[in-house]
Ligand binder design. Structure first.
Ligand SMILES: [Zn+2]
Length: 227
């Protein structure tokens, strides 16, 4: 994909344009540029990065993206095709089933992830796990570890990734320094999916089953009524 700004101040994007998950309406939507920096000004100042405001085609709200500049030529300001999202879509997650303390901690973890602070996300995920271990006891901790092992097999995680996840969630703050591995965007993305599945298996699934069972007990006709 080639992207550049023309001397007529128009943003030219080849192929299908830019699509991403809108931080306002959560839809995967195409973006239309609404405010592109002026070619003349860019050419005279030659900044390394430029910002462009787009409109989400689904909801019309503004989305700001930052691009690196690859080259300044007489006919175009050529942009790098990867961009930084200033506001990322928040992850949707049914948090209300979690114990109160874990809910508060994991909410903050999700905010870190949305802000692309991946190591902060890792640290808050560990605090969430620590809070759960305290709530669930040693047996609960072992069950969580079993669930992590299941996820490893199901998602076909490689050994390095699994070791990273295990160190983040099950490592101890008393381990030798550094007691937490550094997380990049990819690690954090996988950790997010694992946390989602781990919490879903442990709390959401159980809570929904309990609700369904209670509902069935309540609405099922007794034998006497049927007969
Ligand atoms: Zn939108």
């Amino acid at each position: 994909m080639t992207m550049y700004i023309t001397p007529q101040d128009e943003l030219h994007v080849e192929y299908q344009g830019i699509a991403l998950t809108c931080p306002h309406c959560q839809a995967v939507s195409h973006l239309t540029p609404v405010a592109v920096p002026r070619f003349d000004e860019l050419s005279s100042r030659k900044p390394k990065h430029i910002g462009i405001v787009f409109r989400c085609d689904a909801c019309g709200e503004p989305i700001f993206l930052k691009f690196g500049v690859k080259a300044y030529t007489a006919l175009r300001v050529e942009l790098a095709t990867n961009y930084a999202e200033i506001e990322r879509a928040r992850e949707n997650f049914p948090l209300t089933y979690l114990p109160q303390e874990a809910e508060a901690l994991f909410k903050e973890a999700l905010s870190c992830y949305a802000a692309s602070c991946f190591n902060a996300f890792g640290s808050m995920s560990r605090r969430t796990a620590q809070s759960l271990f305290r709530d669930l006891g040693e047996r609960g901790k072992l069950q969580l570890f079993d669930t992590l092992q299941e996820i490893r097999v199901l998602a076909e995680l490689d050994d390095d990734t699994f070791a990273t996840l295990r160190a983040v969630l099950f490592g101890s703050d008393a381990d030798p320094w550094p007691h937490q591995p550094d997380l990049n965007a990819r690690d954090a993305g996988i950790l997010l999916e694992v946390m989602r599945d781990l919490l879903y298996q442990t709390f959401v699934r159980k809570a929904r089953l309990m609700q369904a069972v209670t509902f069935r007990k309540f609405v099922a006709p007794s034998n006497a009524e049927v007969g």
